[in-house]
Design a protein around this ligand. Structure first.
Ligand SMILES: NC(=O)C1=CN([C@@H]2O[C@H](COP(=O)(O)OP(=O)(O)OC[C@H]3O[C@@H](n4cnc5c(N)ncnc54)[C@H](OP(=O)(O)O)[C@@H]3O)[C@@H](O)[C@H]2O)C=CC1
Ligand SMILES: CCCCCCCCCCCCCCCC(=O)[C@@H](N)CO
Length: 329
């Protein structure tokens, strides 16, 4: 018996109904965060991705402050931004591991509208060979530093959003290594995965104050930091990292700022990163009903794709061990 033509109507109606339901339930509710004329505070703003974000934010008319340790690199960054945009940024020479110095700098800078916790260090190495002080260094700068920044900035940010009645943003620089564990990145991935827990919990706590949390997930990005990293990267780390295309700091800055302005929780930076974000959506907040629809409708195929990636990475690891064994014998 042929199916009733009315039943066929369900084919387009069901997804439309589903999209409507998603539009009602996605949380946090969509919100736009303007940056023109607002105070954007960027850590690690003297180099690489942070510098590119600072330049772009200044060009878009924000009041920009940057924080990093090295004084002369901060000065160089300030000059470069002035040259590119004609705008002067405020600079703070502070180590994010020093919570009191962070609090003083933030107090001095004045209330923040968009806090971008971008400082980060990456020293890849197999865990067995890596010294504890390097592990602690990565956790302290990448994770604890971010706690220090948010703790110091939050009270002022809350007052400010209430005062001017505009949403604000706390953006945290993770990495694709914060979405999937990668050989050679035990400490780095741990510090970046931890930022996801911090971000998810924090979004619950600050939504009532109209503060939107974002997590940015770049792939390998051409920066002074990457040049240093590549020198000491284990062979297998190199092979796995090649699964995702490289980017320029300016590309990452543009994606980051666009994502922040759109109030997105996950901000992937390239196509592989987009797939990775869909595949690892889990229980993350999602403001876009269209993105939620895509996550739901591709979930099983994404899991399959993820298993294929793991298969190829484990094969690379096996081959590498086989090659090294034969070299030794
Ligand atoms: N480049 C890449 O391939 C990728 C990078 N990322 C992430 O992006 C972020 C930026 O990376 P990238 O631009 O490559 O890095 P760079 O090494 O080029 O720049 C790092 C910045 O962070 C600052 N910084 C480092 N340690 C501290 C500290 N203890 N206190 C204050 N500031 C500090 C540095 O200044 P100073 O040394 O003077 O303090 C510098 O301004 C990092 O969080 C990184 O994990 C994510 C994915 C890929
Ligand atoms: C199912 C879909 C899967 C999609 C493909 C996944 C590819 C993942 C590759 C992970 C590479 C990690 C690079 C980290 C870069 C970084 O942070 C360092 N440069 C240090 O800064």
């Amino acid at each position: 018996m042929a199916p009733s033509p009315y039943l066929l109507l369900l084919i387009p109606i069901l997804p439309i109904f589903f999209l409507l339901v998603l539009a009602l339930i996605v949380r946090p509710r969509p919100s736009k965060i303007p940056i023109k004329g607002r105070h954007v505070f960027i850590t690690g703003g003297s180099s690489g991705i942070g510098l590119a974000i600072a330049r772009l934010a200044a060009a878009e008319g924000a009041r920009v402050s940057i924080l990093a340790r090295n004084h002369s690199r901060l000065d160089l960054a300030r000059n470069a931004i002035r040259l590119a945009t004609g705008i002067d940024v405020a600079v703070y020479s502070v180590d994010v591991r020093d919570s009191e110095a962070v609090a003083r700098a933030i107090e001095d800078a004045g209330p923040i509208d968009v806090l971008i916790c971008n400082q980060g260090v990456f020293l890849p190495q197999g865990l067995e060979k890596q010294e504890l002080d390097e592990i602690k260094f990565m956790v302290d700068v990448n994770l604890m530093g971010t706690f220090h920044l948010i703790k110091a900035a939050l009270p002022g940010m809350k007052l400010r959003t209430r005062e001017i009645d505009l949403p604000a943003s706390i953006a945290i620089m993770s990495s694709q290594g914060g979405q999937v564990g990668v050989y050679g990145y035990t400490a780095y991935s741990a510090s970046k995965f931890a930022l996801r827990g911090l971000a998810e919990a924090l979004q619950h706590e600050v939504i009532a104050d109209k503060i939107y949390v974002s997590l940015i997930f770049p792939s390998d990005t051409e920066t002074p930091g990457l040049v240093e990293e590549i020198r000491r990267r284990p062979e297998i780390t190199k092979i796995i990292a090649r699964s995702s295309g490289g980017m320029t700091a300016d590309d990452v800055a543009k994606k980051s700022l666009d994502g922040i302005k759109a109030g997105r929780f996950f901000i992937p930076c390239n196509f592989e990163g987009f797939m990775l974000s869909v595949a690892t959506a889990g229980l993350s907040p999602q403001s876009s009903f269209a993105a939620a629809f895509l996550e739901i409708s591709t979930a099983s195929i994404m899991r399959f794709a993820a298993l294929c990636f793991q298969w190829s990475w484990y094969s690379a690891i096996e081959n590498w061990h086989a090659k090294n064994l034969s070299k030794r014998s």
